[in-house]
Design a protein around this ligand. Structure first.
Ligand SMILES: Nc1nc2c(c(=O)[nH]1)N[C@H]1C(S)=C(S)[C@@H](COP(=O)(O)O)O[C@H]1N2
Ligand SMILES: [Mo]
Length: 526
């Protein structure tokens, strides 16, 4: 009997391909629960893509999609996978082995991606091929049903040429869907169970009182002008920038920190209890990302609680380069293999560089680095703020390039003076009359001395500054504008406490942070 290649058969075959891929993906996800979440196909391929994305493309993606860039990436990979699944389904109608090879190729690709990730072990290679085999098997069953005539139910019933066992296919397809959805749900539950220890360790963590508490935030530090960022950024509103497609959930009870390397006379290994037995310092620090464009959202301010990094380094026998120490770079490594390089001199020059465990009175959230992260006033996050910290190694800038430096970012990146207009927004149409122009300005570790605003490139007008909460945090400002109807352009610039005025020269974020004045065009209603 010959089969007719009806459009219906192709449509069902394509559907079969999608179902098979879905089943494979779910199974791979289940295997990854046993191995580690980062080894799941989408996470592994996504991570490998992130690792290989040139800085310029990454900057473009961050500009286009903001912190949704990870979601967009995952959807993109899903779309490629779906297209391949449809192709495999169509191929399978004629030639099952080619379809199986396609599934195998994707399994191998996922395995290679997983193995290429930092901190990978051989087990990470397991989930994707397991998924590929599952997909091939399911596709075989589904397409066999499509290529088989229906069973004759009536004696002498018609055996139409080209007929297919549509009912058999339907049953199998439904079963695949039900089992996959069920397994997917079980996988989620198991995944949550797998990190239950981490969740419990966070819930059980009681932060010790600081030996050196921070003075209360001055009442006048927050001007509370509608539409502006709050002085202390709540965890949920705090920007998040990292390469982790799966947020690492570290169990605080098994967490360890190793400190070693050049000039470390006494290498240290500490668990969390040992770390917390040292005197804790509380300090307010504004964290900013080098990828923040002028006027952008990647800045947040928090009250951090942690151990002074300089004290720990001294305990380990480290001397800064200015005192003859051999290492000028401190490389922090996270549990997910991220590396960030910080100047040893900056960490030991007296500023409150912290190994933080607390943020705004709570243990760090998982997103922001639980159980321990670094925070160094005055340096962009990518050269200082390692989350999910695991290791501190002393070396030189000459000997080692950290993750972002290998992707064309500068080795050293002190924060550049910036100011931002939070209100009015670019889209706003305020009524003529008195309009509050307000926002924040930052020059961490130098402090903000002045903020000025100008309208339509007119003379600079001095804004009113909120009370300062030290030099390591941003400072709110406000300027009341007698706005006349029509289109106007507002611009802002800050001056730091060294007297340096924020430059108006526009540069991009690469390689060490954007410069230029934030401007906002508004239409004032009459
Ligand atoms: N482990 C790890 N730590 C990291 C990163 C990362 O990708 N992985 N990104 C860094 C960057 S670029 C910045 S700006 C800050 C952001 O910290 P946040 O997400 O808590 O705001 O974390 C830094 N620490
Ligand atoms: Mo960053």
């Amino acid at each position: 009997m010959t089969r007719t290649r009806t459009p219906k058969r192709y449509a069902l075959a394509a559907l079969g391909g999608l179902l098979a891929a879905f089943a494979g993906l779910v199974l791979a996800q289940l295997v990854a629960v046993a191995v580690r979440p980062e080894a799941a196909p989408l996470a592994a391929v996504g991570g490998a893509v992130v690792d290989r994305t040139p800085a310029a493309v990454k900057e473009w993606a961050v500009r286009q999609f903001g912190t949704d860039d990870k979601l967009v990436l995952t959807l993109g990979i899903g779309a490629v996978l779906a297209a391949a699944a449809v192709a495999a389904g169509l191929l399978a109608v004629h030639h099952l082995p080619s379809a199986a090879s396609l599934a195998a190729a994707f399994g191998a690709l996922g395995a290679a991606a997983a193995l290429s990730r930092p901190e990978a072990s051989w087990k990470d290679a397991l989930p994707s091929p397991a998924g590929g085999i599952t997909a091939a098997g399911v596709l075989y069953l589904l397409v066999t049903a499509l290529n088989r005539p229906p069973p004759r139910t009536l004696p002498g019933g018609s055996g139409r040429i080209g007929a297919m066992d549509r009912r058999g296919f339907g049953r199998l397809a439904l079963a695949t869907l039900v089992v996959s959805v069920g397994a997917g749900y079980a996988g989620r539950r198991l995944g949550a169970h797998g990190s239950a220890g981490a969740t419990a360790s966070r819930a059980g963590l009681v932060l010790p009182r600081p030996a050196v508490p921070a003075p209360p935030v001055p009442a006048g530090a927050d001007l509370r002008i509608p539409g502006t960022a709050r002085f202390l950024t709540p965890d949920q509103e705090f920007y998040r920038v990292d390469t982790a497609l799966v947020v690492p959930r570290v169990d605080a009870d098994s967490w360890r920190l190793d400190i070693h390397g050049d000039g470390v006379a006494r290498p240290l290994t500490l668990d969390l209890r040992e770390l917390l037995s040292r005197p804790l310092v509380e300090h307010d620090i504004t964290l900013t990302c080098v990828s923040n464009e002028v006027g952008g959202p990647y800045a947040g301010n928090a009250r951090w609680l942690g151990v002074r990094l300089a004290d720990l380094l001294r305990e380990a026998g480290v001397r800064p380069p200015s005192q003859g120490g051999p290492a000028d770079q401190l490389v922090a490594r996270s549990v997910d293999g991220m590396t960030l390089g910080t100047p040893v001199e900056a960490v030991m020059d007296g500023r409150e560089a912290l190994l933080a465990v607390g943020m705004n009175g709570e243990p760090l959230s998982f997103r922001h680095g639980f159980p321990v992260r670094m925070v160094v006033p005055g340096l962009y996050g990518y050269v200082s703020a390692c989350k999910w910290l695991r290791e501190l190694r002393l070396t030189t800038f000459g000997a080692y390039d950290a993750y972002w430096v290998r992707r064309s970012w500068a080795q050293r990146a002190p924060v550049k003076t910036q100011s931002r207009i939070d209100t009015p927004r670019a889209s706003a149409e305020p009524a003529a009359g008195r309009v509050a122009v307000a926002g924040v300005a930052w020059a961490q570790h130098r402090g903000i001395a002045r903020v000025e605003v100008r309208v339509d490139a007119g003379p600079w007008r001095e804004a009113r500054l909120a009370e300062a909460d030290g030099d390591d945090t941003w400072r709110q400002w406000v300027w009341f504008w007698e706005a006349a109807p029509g289109r106007h352009v507002l611009e802002v610039r800050a001056t730091d406490r060294t007297g340096a005025v924020q430059t108006g020269e526009r540069t991009g974020t690469l390689p060490d942070g954007a410069t230029g004045w934030h401007s906002v065009a508004v239409r004032v209603r009459s």
